[in-house]
Design a protein around this ligand. Structure first.
Ligand SMILES: O=C(O)C1=C[C@@H](OP(=O)(O)O)[C@@H](O)[C@H](O)C1
Ligand SMILES: C=C(OP(=O)(O)O)C(=O)O
Length: 457
């Protein structure tokens, strides 16, 4: 008889053990898309009048964005399943009374820095220990060119970090900016600053990143065009002093959250699940393509478009996976999914090679070193390179390491969820030191694993 997935919390600690699982079955949904949720709140706050949002992710990161916007004058309320935002109009945000704490959320701080940059207000942003280590120079540099002024704490290695204060300039100066790093957060910060800036603000994106900002800005009525340059770069032009009209938004399920049950079902023998209503925008769906290339039985049912975003129900069956060489150019379309891909690679037969991933070192944690350390602790054959991991599996369960050794998550939700899934396919299970960071992006993560277990009863 196969055992069921088990979730055990050790009394008095936040450590949680995940042990080998019987088949995962059933139909589930995952919480709303984090990127689209942040943007829904920000753009609704800048529209004139009442927007309504359903499916909003109620994770700590998005709630931090909502609190920040309230502190700057937007009215944001929830009743039943609907969030209502009374926007103040582009340029209408006000000086908050105190510093704004954005917890663990990189997207909140970088997009809101763009928002403040073209308002005549001054805002101090703070964050938790993880967010306070992340580099902000990538946003400070272009927003300074538009006229905003910044004071930031400098880290011991010379990076501008939180806490930081932005003094916006109104009117700001429009500019053309070629992104030196593939980052949807930097792109979006500049476009959001451009909304309240006279003239045309232009972002040139040599490498395509998630395009929710472009789709949603157009949906709210901004004058935004996207052209492709001779060298393949995207040129995004936004005409400022925009007037945004309020919208009704349905946020689809987050593919970055769906990644965890999808990989769990591929790895646990006998599993057969459907994750309903997941966003499958090609700028986000790289993981599913890579897993299919590794032999994963993943199919997309009932494909449809919701609010300009492609959505589907994802059907996944347990599959034998084979290691592959993951092309570096797919990385931006699955940038948050590498931690869980590394777990799939540990179960695959053969070697999986990844590269071009230096951005993973500046996420909530250094995801390359945290994943390499956790996998080594579980006895997986892993080599850490500067910009990727090489992982060799033998198509069998992860051996498991020292008894009671807890995987360190370093305040990183995706590390925590990845090793929770690893526990289901590690001979004696895996213990994760702290599952509380999962509240940032996937409230109810442990309940979701239990629901997949319960439906086999
Ligand atoms: O724009 C966004 O919503 C996001 C962009 C990505 O960050 P980068 O822009 O730093 O790549 C991603 O890692 C993050 O989870 C969300
Ligand atoms: C990197 C992430 O988010 P953020 O940058 O918003 O903290 C993530 O969710 O994996």
């Amino acid at each position: 008889m196969t055992s069921k997935p088990k979730v055990q919390t050790t009394a008095g600690t936040k450590a949680t053990s995940f042990t080998p699982a019987g088949p995962l079955t059933g139909r589930i949904t995952v919480p709303g898309d984090k990127s689209i949720s942040h943007r829904s709140l920000i753009l609704s706050s800048l529209a004139v009048g009442k927007s309504q949002i359903t499916g909003l992710l109620e994770g700590e990161d998005v709630l931090a964005t909502a609190a920040a916007l309230r502190a700057m004058g937007a009215t944001i309320e929830k009743s039943d399943d609907t969030w209502t935002v009374h926007g103040v109009g582009v340029g209408g945000l006000m000086q908050p009374d105190t510093a704004i704490d954005l917890g663990n959320s990189g997207t909140s701080v970088r997009l809101l820095m763009g928002l403040v940059a073209s308002h005549d207000i001054s805002v101090t942003f703070t964050g938790d220990a993880s967010l306070s280590k992340r580099p902000m120079g990538r946003v400070i540099e272009p927003l300074s060119t538009m006229g905003a002024e910044f004071t930031a704490r400098m880290s011991s290695d010379g990076k501008a970090c939180l806490p930081l204060t932005v003094r916006g300039l109104c009117p700001a100066v429009p500019m053309e900016y070629r992104l030196p790093v593939a980052s949807a957060q930097v792109k979006s910060a500049i476009l959001i600053a451009g909304l309240n800036t006279p003239g045309v603000t232009r972002v040139i994106e040599p490498v395509l990143t998630r395009d929710h900002s472009e789709t949603m800005l157009k949906g709210f009525g901004a004058d935004l065009t996207v052209e492709t340059d001779k060298d393949g770069s995207r040129i995004i032009s936004l005409t400022g002093e925009a007037e945004l009209s309020p919208q009704k938004i349905k946020v689809p399920g987050d593919p970055s959250s769906a990644a965890f049950p999808v990989v769990a079902a591929l790895l646990v023998p006998g599993s057969d699940i459907v994750v309903e209503n997941v966003g499958i925008n090609p700028t986000r769906a790289g993981l599913f393509t890579v897993l299919q290339k590794m032999g994963g039985d993943i199919s997309f049912k009932k494909k449809r478009t919701v609010g300009g975003e492609p959505v589907a129900d994802i059907h996944v069956k347990h599959s034998k996976l084979t290691g592959i060489d993951v092309p570096a150019d797919i990385a931006p379309s699955m940038i948050d999914e590498f931690p869980i891909l590394f777990i799939a690679a540990a179960l695959a037969e053969g070697t999986t090679i990844t590269g071009g991933l230096s951005e993973l070192r500046v996420k909530e944690s250094d995801r390359l070193s945290q994943m390499a350390a956790g996998l080594s602790l579980l006895g997986v054959d892993v080599t850490e390179r500067e910009d990727g991991l090489i992982i060799t599996g033998n198509g069998e369960l992860i051996p498991g390491g020292k008894k009671n050794a807890a995987i360190e998550t370093a305040l990183d939700h995706r590390i925590a969820m990845s090793f929770a899934v690893a526990g289901l396919v590690t001979k004696k299970g895996a213990t994760v030191d702290d599952m509380s960071p999962t509240e940032t992006s996937f409230p109810g993560f442990a309940d979701m694993l239990t629901a997949l277990q319960d439906s086999t009863k």
